[in-house]
Design a protein around this ligand. Structure first.
Ligand SMILES: *Cc1c(COP(=O)(O)O)cnc(C)c1O
Length: 406
C-alpha cells in the first residue's frame, strides 16, 4: 500500500468527511514548492487558498513565530502584549491611512465576519444587504451572508434580515438599502465566486448610498486583502473609506488569524462585554502577521504581485480554450470554454502544479506573493499540455457517461 493510500485511509477513518477525499497527503514545503508523502514535488499556485503570502517555510515567518513562542506564547485577553498592539496599529496604518480606527482580533475569516455582524447590530439596526455570489464563511452568521444555496439550505433557518442584490448593480443596491439597514457587505473582489472584480464606481456608489441611509459600509477583504492584489486592500486604490474591513487568510501567512477593522464611530460600537475570544490577538499569531507585513514591505512584494499577476493572466489567457481572464495581482480567475474545471485541476496536479476550480468552468490561481517570473513562465509553458490532458479526460468521461446510459 502506498503512503498516500495509507494516510488517506487513516484520514477517512478519523477526520470528519466535510471536504471529500484529500487530493494529496503533503509533508513539507519551501518557497512555492510542496512535497507529498511519496516525495513528489508540486509548485503551489493556490497558496493554501490565498493564505501562504510568503510561500512555505519562509525564514522571516519561521523566525518570528519561533522567537515569539519562546518568549510568550499565549496570555488571554485579560492582558495586552506588544505584538497585538503593534499589529493593530500597523493594520490601521495600511488599511486606513490617516483614519481613526480600532481592531478586533479573531482566529479566522468567518470569526472576523461574526465580529462585524455583531458590531453592525450595535447600530440598533438588524438588516443587512449582501451580494449575490458572495462568500463570507461557514459559521451561522457568516453563512447567512453567503449566497450559495448548497451551503445555506441544510442549515436554515439562519440569522435573518438579509437582502440580496446583484453584484455591481447600483440601482438595485440603492433600492435595497433603507433606514433599517445596519450594513452593506461587499467583497471588492469575489474570490470564491471565481474572481469577480467590483467596478470602482460600484464601490463608490455603495459608499454614497450607505452614508445617505446611515448604514455601515463593510468590505470583506479576507481573500483580497493584505497585498494579494498589489495593494494592501483591493479597495485601497479607490478611496472608498469603508466603515469596516474584515481580514484573515493571508494576514499571517498561514498562522490562523482574523481581524475586524472598524473606522470612525464604528470602532467604538462594540463595548466591554459585547464580544470576546480566547485565542484572538494571540501574540504568536500577531508576531507572524507583523513578520509577513514587514517582509511584504522590505521585499517590495506588493509591486511584484502586480507584475507577476499581469504576466500570469497574459500567459494562461493566451490559450483559446480560455474565454476570459480576470483578477488583480496574484488573485487570478479564468473561465474555460468547456466545463472541464475539475479535469484541469487533476491534469495540473499530475503535471506537478496545484491550482483550484471554483466552478465547473472556473479556475483560480492564488500563488504566494513570492512567486517569481520564472515560476509563472514555467506554468505558462506547461499550460497547453495541461489543457490537452484535461480536454482528453473530459472527452473520456463524456464517452463513459454516454456509453453507460445507452
Ligand atoms: C475564506 C473567506 C472567508 C472565510 O474565512 P475562513 O477563515 O474560512 O472562516 C470569508 N470571506 C471571504 C471573502 C473569504 O474568501
Amino acid at each position: 500500500m502506498s503512503a498516500t493510500s495509507e494516510w488517506t485511509e487513516r484520514y477517512q477513518g478519523a477526520v470528519m468527511n466535510t471536504f471529500g477525499p484529500p487530493k494529496l497527503v503533503l509533508e513539507s514545503g519551501e518557497g512555492i514548492v510542496v512535497r507529498d508523502v511519496e516525495g513528489r514535488e508540486y509548485r503551489d499556485f493556490l497558496g493554501g487558498i490565498a493564505v501562504n503570502t510568503l510561500g512555505h517555510a519562509h525564514p522571516a515567518l519561521v523566525g518570528a513565530v519561533t522567537a515569539q513562542l519562546q518568549q510568550l506564547g499565549h496570555v488571554s485577553n485579560f492582558f495586552a502584549t506588544r505584538p497585538q498592539v503593534e499589529l493593530a496599529e500597523k493594520l490601521l496604518e495600511v488599511t486606513g491611512p490617516g483614519r481613526d480606527g480600532r481592531v478586533f482580533f479573531a482566529n479566522s475569516g468567518a470569526e472576523a465576519n461574526e465580529a462585524a455582524i455583531k458590531l453592525s447590530r450595535r447600530t440598533g439596526r438588524t438588516h443587512l444587504v449582501a451580494m449575490e455570489d458572495a462568500f463570507h464563511g461557514r459559521t451561522m452568521g457568516s453563512l447567512a451572508l453567503t449566497s450559495k444555496a448548497a451551503y445555506r439550505e441544510p442549515f436554515e433557518p439562519l440569522p435573518g434580515h438579509v437582502t440580496w442584490v446583484p453584484f455591481g448593480d447600483v440601482d438595485a443596491l440603492a433600492a435595497a438599502v433603507t433606514d433599517e439597514t445596519a450594513a452593506v457587505v461587499i467583497e471588492p473582489l469575489q474570490g470564491e465566486a471565481g474572481v469577480n472584480v467590483a467596478d470602482p464606481d460600484y464601490l463608490r456608489a455603495a459608499r454614497r448610498v450607505t452614508t445617505e441611509r446611515g448604514a455601515l459600509l463593510w468590505l470583506d477583504e479576507i481573500q483580497s486583502g493584505m497585498g494579494r492584489t498589489g495593494h494592501w486592500l483591493a479597495s485601497s486604490p479607490y478611496d472608498v473609506a469603508p466603515d469596516v474591513v474584515t481580514l484573515a487568510k493571508g494576514l499571517a501567512g498561514g498562522i490562523p488569524i482574523g481581524a475586524c477593522v472598524a473606522f470612525g464611530e464604528a470602532g467604538s460600537l462594540l463595548q466591554p462585554g459585547n464580544h470576546g475570544t480566547t485565542f484572538g490577538g494571540n501574540p504568536v499569531a500577531c508576531a507572524a502577521a507583523l513578520a509577513v507585513i514587514a517582509t511584504l514591505e522590505s521585499e517590495g512584494l506588493l509591486a511584484r504581485a502586480s507584475e507577476t499577476g499581469e504576466r500570469l493572466r497574459a500567459g494562461v489567457g493566451a490559450d483559446d480554450r480560455v474565454v476570459d481572464v480576470r483578477g488583480e495581482g496574484v488573485l487570478v480567475g479564468l473561465t474555460l470554454a468547456a466545463p472541464h474545471g475539475p479535469h484541469v485541476v487533476a491534469a495540473a496536479q499530475d503535471a506537478g502544479w496545484i491550482i483550484n476550480a471554483t466552478g465547473p468552468d472556473r479556475i483560480r490561481f492564488a500563488p504566494p506573493l513570492v512567486v517569481t517570473d520564472a515560476d509563472v513562465d514555467a506554468l505558462v509553458a506547461a499550460w497547453p499540455a495541461i489543457l490537452d490532458d484535461a480536454w482528453a479526460r473530459g472527452a473520456a468521461a463524456e464517452a463513459a457517461a454516454t456509453g453507460g446510459s445507452s
